[in-house]
Design a binder for this molecule. Structure first.
Ligand code: PLP
Length: 364
């Protein structure tokens, strides 16, 4: 096997090794099918079982009640930025409320504003998107069609510790970078969407979970491919779905259930990994400075600065030489970003912490 590094890429991101090994082993012929997942019809029994099992695993992991539908769509989370408001805001008198916590929430907001009446109820700009709002810091109204939030801001590294308050209004969540990383209070959600390539698979498939009462509100004046009702009716097989990506989601969700033991266990491991990094930052006496405020710190994307940009560049370069890749922060925040999604092993984080300590000693 080629030598694998510890890959801290924000996305597409590291996948569990057993998943890659199984995909490799079955690439030429799926057991019982005599052909590759890349070569068989999406209407074959084999693929129908794959997509049904992937859905079943997601239902089991999230303990989804019956009234939620699971869809495998294309276009990324970025298309959901539009498809959500198109579906719910085109009728007169409809409006939605958005919590703006960082770069991705801003993108979601900008697309929604093209589609309908959208109100910003909280914006973290004045704090440079270092935190998410606390309960009571913003107000939503009972008449809103939905309240949109971004559970984890991949670029800034801030994450909601739990679902935001929205009264009885359904939450709509962009969960692209923390989907299936922890248990959620699922009944609070009307719709959840997540591009797979951060935490649950390869690029090419977007998972959408939509509750029946929201599905019934979807307007029909949309292109067929943008109508959630069509995809629910056809069980994500209205047209050819991204078959390989769905197959990998099946393997990742099976790994979560069988190797990890479910989302409680995954959450405990994710907390442990993040704690190791934040401890290393906090104990560095100011050499490393976390971007996010303590009560909003992401368990998925840990962002921090060094005393100057030269040291940051040197950090990234030397880390790479030590087998720790993709640590450069996003250009809009600068500094360092370590993406430590589900599939990043504890050993990878341990190696990074050791590197941080050595680097600090050398450059203090
Ligand atoms: C990566 C990301 C997106 C964009 O996903 P695409 O699949 O590239 O459209 C949206 N939201 C969040 C939170 C992300 O991390």
């Amino acid at each position: 096997m080629n030598e694998r590094v510890f890959n801290f890429s924000p996305g597409p991101a590291t996948l569990p090794l057993p998943v890659l090994q199984e995909a490799q082993q079955n690439l030429l012929a799926l057991p019982g099918a005599g052909a590759s997942i890349l070569e068989i019809s999406h209407r074959s029994k084999t693929f129908e079982q794959i997509i049904a099992q992937a859905e079943h695993n997601i239902r089991q992991l999230l303990r989804l009640p019956q009234e939620y539908h699971v869809l495998f769509l294309q276009g990324g989370a970025s298309l959901q930025f539009s498809q959500v408001p198109m579906s719910f805001l085109h009728a007169p008198g409809r409006y939605a409320e958005y919590l703006v916590t960082g770069s991705w929430a801003k993108r979601a907001l900008a697309e929604a504003q093209r589609e309908g009446d959208v109100r910003v109820v909280w914006d973290g700009k004045s704090d440079n998107y270092r935190r998410v709002p606390k309960p009571g810091e913003y107000e939503t109204t009972p008449g809103a069609a939905y309240v949109h939030f971004t559970s984890n801001e991949t670029i800034q590294g801030v994450q909601f510790p739990s679902e935001p308050e929205a009264g009885r209004v359904p939450l709509v969540c962009d969960a692209s970078s923390d989907f299936l990383s922890r248990p959620i209070d699922v009944r609070r959600y009307g719709l959840i969407y997540a591009g797979a390539q951060k935490n649950v698979g390869p690029a090419g498939v977007t998972i959408v979970i939509i509750r029946q009462d929201l599905l019934e509100q979807v307007t029909d004046d949309l292109p067929t491919m943008l109508n959630y009702k069509v995809h629910v009716e056809h069980r994500s097989l209205y047209n050819t779905p991204p078959v390989f990506a769905v197959y990998i989601v099946l393997l990742v969700t099976r790994w979560l259930l069988e190797n990890i033991g479910g989302l409680e266990q995954m959450y405990a491991i994710n907390r442990q990994k993040a704690q190791m990094l934040y401890d290393a930052i906090d104990r560095s006496e100011g050499f490393y400075r976390a971007h996010a405020q303590p009560d909003s710190r992401s368990l998925m994307n840990v962002t921090w600065r060094l005393p100057n940009e030269e040291l940051e560049a040197e950090f990234v370069k030397q880390a790479k030489e030590a087998g720790l890749h993709e640590l450069k922060g996003h250009r809009s925040v600068g500094g360092i970003r370590a993406s430590i999604y589900n599939a990043m092993p504890v050993e990878g984080v341990r190696a990074l912490v050791q590197f941080m300590q050595h680097f600090h000693q050398k450059h203090a």
